[in-house]
Design a protein. Sequence first.
Length: 257
Amino acid sequence: MGRLRRFILLAAVALAAPAAAQTSRLDDILARGVLRVGTTGDYRPFTALDKGTGEYSGFDIDMARSLAQALGVQIKFVPTTWSNLAGDLGAGAFDIAMGGVSVTLDRQKTGFFSAPYLRDGKTPIARCADQEKFQTLAEIDRPGVKVIANPGGTNERFDRARLHAAEIVVYPDNLTIFDELAGGSADLMITDASETRFQQKLHPGVLCAIHPDQPFDFAEKAYWMAPDPALKAFVDQWLHIAREDGEFDAVYAKWFR
């Protein structure tokens, strides 16, 4: 990233911040020289941890590196889990959570969200031979139907709020949960439409996304950060420029197309 682009970003934040503002999280990051990014490493294509090498990859991992470059600092990925995400953010374990984080009002209470970068919603994914059986929530919410979910995130919360007769099977490893589904451990999973499209590509002819263009609800993905206006202003400006100069589209094409 050129010096001019970074200057524009920092100038925009400076203009947005009150003149007499106290030291912000943005100031802390710049002084520290490190952006700490909390990520679960278990949600392809947004974030995935290779346990053999300890390296992270994914759409939001690439975007996190871009954000650190825009700030002119190094990056440190901080492991977290969906069930501990809010607590870790509140405790200051990291500056920003990136990795397919859905916007929720509960999360909004404790941190700031960036401008949303992806529209999404919950939809089923099942073995292709069974996809016609699970088109609606009424067809899913029946005795004998097993719905698999990863613990602590919006998928499990959606299932417990909407399903009362179906059995909810909680499986702890979100990186292998679709292999469990493909192998017959459950009948379907309800997750974000973006993830169902990606997993359908990874399991061609085995797993099929069910009406991902017409999900059961509305959701958006965004970056969730410490409640600091200066940091949010910088992140929003960086994201806006990335969308306008083609960087965002290039990273999106790499992971979703």
